[in-house]
Design a protein around this ligand. Structure first.
Ligand code: 5AD
Ligand code: SF4
Length: 472
């Protein structure tokens, strides 16, 4: 069974944090300036959650937060490998820092995240990008304090990457960007090996956090006044399989829901092959779980779904979505779709459009297939030309945008509970509905961090507008 990371190792990292803190405090005293650190996060919420922990460690080490790159003495890119575009952006940004590093030799530059779990990318960085001082992988980011201490004391360049892990680092310091929203990882990794996806290669096999650690973290967040908590996992529905099957994800959700307080609970992502009626019932019977489900379908063609190794058919997916909606009539359902998977014909793409028209998702995240090294689809023949992928993407987006607009218009006149997250454009407040939809409304700043009843007065494709309803 998966254990927390060895206490002694975490203790060592804590000592390193203190040692860095002493060095930086002394420097601050001598120069009157504190070193500042910046983390730029790419990709998914799991990276955001890891960045929150690295930000926590940096704060403990005595770094001030930097507003931008020019101001930073330490820059850390937490990278994503899911599509080529994400990787190219990181290379561009590392390149752009070459001059800053020449001007300021004290600048420390580190790369972490999923890109660094690919040996060919690590080699590339080490051989071609001399400005990079350290590399940490997704399984080793908690070693950050020791790496920084080594750099400060001896200028030691390091790359610490582990291919896999059998331990989870618990109790790391955390510094979240918002006081009202938090990510809580329930499990790491993925066992599914969808043919297009690099995640099982970069994040490793599924390992679940122990329920008492998860419950403890959520309890702490609720006590601190956190209002919107998202449970994270690449495939949350297989939570607990490595813990002997109990609790499963639906049980975990029901247990968390018992924690009293004024908060909303979300989760992502669910794989359709593992989503169960028990989960929908747990959601429907809960007090805190938002009626929102992100259930990626990826394609509407059975042949493509099989080639993707998704292990369900379009009809099975449609039935699942219908069951979720039957359990929760006001459910906001969103999905992911990839167009241009190798061999996808025009007819198969039409099947995807037909599924989208039939299922009427509230919103869709659409992607052009991107060839990823080490995945099954990398070597598949019949790669779809780039222009064709773009054409299909545009068509799909056009179809969905009309549906999203209609779905949003259905909220007109309704009073929705909106968590005010901060100031938005035009002097309005910005928040999210229970379904996770972006909403702008006029209201006093003191509402930030509170749930407000908002009557929806205007609906656009990607945003709702409203006004405070009743007295507040
Ligand atoms: N190409 C395009 N999209 C991808 N996704 C994952 N891998 C790829 C890829 N190689 C999409 C899937 C997944 C979402 C997070 O990213 O739709 O659900
Ligand atoms: Fe990737 Fe499939 Fe795992 Fe999701 S379920 S992370 S798409 S391999």
């Amino acid at each position: 069974m998966i254990q927390p990371v060895d206490r002694q190792e975490l203790q060592r990292q804590r000592q390193h944090m203190q040692a860095v803190r002493s060095l930086l405090d002394a420097e601050h005293l001598a120069t009157g300036r504190r070193r500042a650190a910046l983390i730029e996060t790419y990709g998914c919420q799991q990276n955001e959650a890891d960045s929150d922990r690295m930000r926590g460690m940096l704060a403990e080490m005595g770094f001030a937060p930097a507003e931008d790159r020019a101001q930073a003495d330490l820059i850390l890119f937490n990278t994503c490998a899911i599509r080529e575009h994400a990787e190219l952006r990181v290379f561009g940004n590392i390149g752009a820092l070459k001059h800053q590093k020449q001007r300021n030799p004290n600048l420390m530059l580190g790369i972490t995240g999923c890109m660094m779990q690919q040996p060919h990318r690590v080699e590339e960085i080490l051989s071609k990008y001399g400005q990079v001082d350290f590399i940490l992988g997704t399984h080793t980011f908690y070693l950050l304090p020791g790496v920084i201490l080594g750099l400060l004391q001896e200028g030691r360049r390091q790359a610490l990457v582990a291919e896999r892990t059998d331990a989870i680092p618990e109790d790391l310091p955390v510094r979240r960007e918002s006081a009202h929203k938090a990510w809580v990882t329930v499990m790491y990794g993925c066992n599914n090996f969808c043919a297009y996806c690099v995640v099982p290669h970069t994040r490793g096999r599924e390992i679940s956090r122990r329920p008492e650690h998860i419950l403890g973290e959520v309890r702490g967040l609720v006590l601190e006044g956190c209002r919107d908590i998202t449970l994270l996992g690449q495939n949350v529905n297989s939570y607990g399989r490595d813990l002997g099957g109990e609790p499963d994800f639906a049980d975990l959700l029901a247990d968390i829901d018992k924690i009293e307080g004024d908060y909303r609970l979300r989760f992502m992502t669910s794989h359709p092959k593992d989503a169960t009626q028990k989960l929908f019932d747990a959601m429907a019977n809960s007090v805190h779980v938002a009626r929102q489900l992100h259930l990626p379908v990826q394609s509407g063609s059975d042949r493509v779904l099989a080639a993707m190794n998704r292990r369900y058919t379009a009809a099975a997916y449609a039935e699942l979505a219908a069951r979720a909606r039957a359990a929760m009539p006001d459910l906001v359902l969103t999905s992911d779709i990839i167009v241009g998977f190798p061999g996808e014909t025009e007819q198969e793409f039409e099947e995807t459009l037909a599924l989208v028209r039939a299922l009427r998702f509230d919103a869709l995240f659409t992607f052009a297939f991107s060839r990823r090294k080490n995945t099954a689809a990398y070597t598949m023949k019949e790669q779809v030309p780039k222009e064709e992928k773009q054409r299909r993407l545009s068509r799909l987006m056009e179809v969905q945008q009309e549906i999203s607009l209609e779905k949003n218009r259905a909220h007109l006149g309704q009073v929705l509970s909106v968590l005010a997250e901060g100031p938005g454009k035009g002097g309005l407040l910005q928040g999210r509905t229970e379904g996770g939809k972006l909403c702008y409304f006029a209201g006093p700043q003191c509402l930030i961090g509170q749930f407000a009843p908002v009557r929806i007065t205007e609906a656009k494709t990607f945003v709702l507008y409203g006004e405070l309803s009743g007295s507040h």
